[in-house]
Design a protein around this ligand. Structure first.
Ligand SMILES: CC(C)(COP(=O)(O)OP(=O)(O)OC[C@H]1O[C@@H](n2cnc3c(N)ncnc32)[C@H](O)[C@@H]1OP(=O)(O)O)[C@@H](O)C(=O)NCCC(=O)NCCS
Length: 154
């Protein structure tokens, strides 16, 4: 496994376009907190908004020269952050969810030096719940059909 993280703010136009195609794919969009279709202009504005914002980080994850998905860190502070993730919906490979969460955990521990991580998932997103709990996260509450999970890193 050879993982490379590409920060959204450094991605070229081709990759920016590829990501918005993933993000608007029904399987990704309908499992996201914002379920709207996102225009390429909105996507570019979103990426520009990340440039001076230390509380949010978004990366495309490349594994063995293939762009396999996206991981994000939001609400970043000295202690904790929320992880988000989705896979490249055009890849017919299993196991990507586990690689994405594992990569995010490693980055949070080694680069952001955080103490705990949170994740959220819709109650009907069984595949994601499976990935999240398999990576050691524990459910802490359920509100409005959204499950919140926590993982202590220390
Ligand atoms: C969530 C997502 C990244 C998972 O990717 P993936 O490559 O399918 O994940 P993995 O193959 O690593 O793991 C899926 C696990 O769910 C299991 N699974 C698959 N279908 C299942 C089902 N219907 N019921 C229960 N478990 C299921 C698989 O067996 C696998 O577990 P295993 O490793 O123990 O065998 C991908 O489905 C995705 O991008 N979904 C849309 C976006 C999304 O939901 N993001 C998360 C928001 S919280």
């Amino acid at each position: 496994m050879s993982i490379i993280l590409k920060n959204f703010i450094e991605c070229d136009d081709k990759l920016v376009y590829e990501i918005i195609c993933w993000r608007n794919h029904n399987n990704i969009r309908l499992n996201s907190l914002n379920r709207n279709i996102i225009t390429i202009e909105e996507h570019r504005e979103f990426i520009a908004s990340l440039e001076h914002d230390k509380s949010r980080l978004y990366f495309v994850v490349e594994n063995n020269n293939v762009n396999i998905g996206v991981i994000s860190f939001t609400n970043i502070n000295k202690e904790s952050a929320y992880i988000g993730y989705y896979k490249n919906p055009f890849l017919n490979i299993n196991g990507i969810g586990q690689i994405l969460i594992n990569t995010a955990k490693k980055y949070a521990k080694e680069c952001l030096v955080l103490k705990e991580l949170f994740m959220v998932s819709y109650v009907d997103n069984i595949i994601s719940q499976h990935c999240i709990t398999k990576q050691g996260f524990e459910m802490i509450n359920i509100n409005n059909n959204i499950i919140k999970y926590r993982l202590r890193l220390t």
